[in-house]
Write a protein that binds this ligand. Structure first.
Ligand code: NCD
Length: 300
């Protein structure tokens, strides 16, 4: 049984294959015969707009039915049902489970009892591999390569699961990473060591203006305050928002990505800059999730 729990569950050539497949789905739009008769379960224990709706859209464009919940208080979770019991039940109703959960490692835990593929739609502050796949797709469409890039991680790389899966995927492909922002929000030392062990160099800077002119990609994330818990006490870190004038110091071919939702770190005035690619990025969510369902479900 093949699950998608971490971006590391995919070989590099499989990532490249999913990007190619997603580009084809983007052009083709739908094929309702492909997953006709299959059921995709969407179990969302944490708020979501994009991941839930785009998986639902992707499943329906491929002809699958969709069941699930986006509000666990309306399910038996409210009666104290454990995640593993819920998974064991829902797998009998479905051919694939997409899980979003606030606890790190919950998708991996779910996979230990599931007889259908489990796809991690975000597990706490750990990983969000399906987001990474279309982040990479958006870069590949723009730069025509996923190697030899200088990529800035700006916002909250420490706690943003999107930044974790993304930096792992870029590591080992000959890319340089630059962590931008306050010390407390830099990648954890464990993840930084893991990334460097894969062969990618990591630089650390405080101010985005000091590096913006040298970047190919700027990957922005919102402050993940819900994951800060009590770590920072009175010393709450702050992110100096990106500005239009800083963006104007960037190279013409820089792209700015953001998994969304955004807070103040990326003001809407930046949207008019041609380097702002986040709405193109979000539009790649459905075709990439079609490619994922095609790979993990169609052959079963
Ligand atoms: C992200 C997430 O849930 O991690 N959202 C998404 O799926 N696009 C980003 C975030 O919440 O900051």
């Amino acid at each position: 049984m093949r699950h998608l729990l971490s971006i590391d569950d995919l070989e590099q050539d499989e990532v490249d294959g999913l990007i190619e497949s997603a580009k084809q789905w983007k052009a083709r739009k739908s094929d309702v015969a492909l997953l006709s008769g299959k059921i995709v379960a969407l179990l969302f224990y944490e708020p979501s707009t994009r991941t839930e709706l785009s998986f639902s859209s992707a499943a329906q464009r491929l002809g699958a039915g969709v069941i699930g919940f986006a509000d666990p208080s309306m399910s038996s979770v409210a009666k104290g049902e454990s995640l593993l019991d819920t998974i064991q039940v829902v797998q009998t109703y479905s051919d694939c489970i997409v899980l979003r959960h606030p606890v790190e490692g919950s998708a991996a835990q779910a996979s230990t009892v599931a007889h259908v593929p489990v796809i991690n739609g975000g597990d706490g502050g750990n990983e969000h591999p399906t987001q990474t796949l279309f982040d990479l797709m958006t870069i590949e469409e723009h730069h025509r390569r996923l190697t030899g890039l200088r990529v800035g991680l700006f916002g909250d790389p420490r706690w943003a699961r999107t930044a974790h899966s993304f930096s792992k995927a870029l590591a080992g492909r000959g890319n340089e990473l630059v962590c931008i922002g306050p010390e407390q929000l830099q990648l954890s030392s464990e993840l930084a060591a893991d990334i460097e062990a894969r062969g990618s160099r990591i630089e650390r800077v405080e101010a985005v203006e000091s590096v913006i002119g040298s970047l190919d990609v700027l990957y922005v994330t919102r402050p993940q305050r819900e994951r800060w818990h009590d770590v920072y006490g009175a010393e709450q870190p702050t992110i100096e928002p990106l500005t239009v004038s800083v963006l104007q110091q960037a190279r013409d071919d820089l792209i700015v990505l953001h998994p969304l939702p955004r807070n103040d770190e990326l003001p809407s005035e930046c949207d008019k800059d041609p380097r702002a690619a986040y709405f193109r990025q979000v539009a790649n969510g459905v075709p990439m999730r079609m490619a994922i369902l095609d790979k993990f479900l169609a052959a079963r």
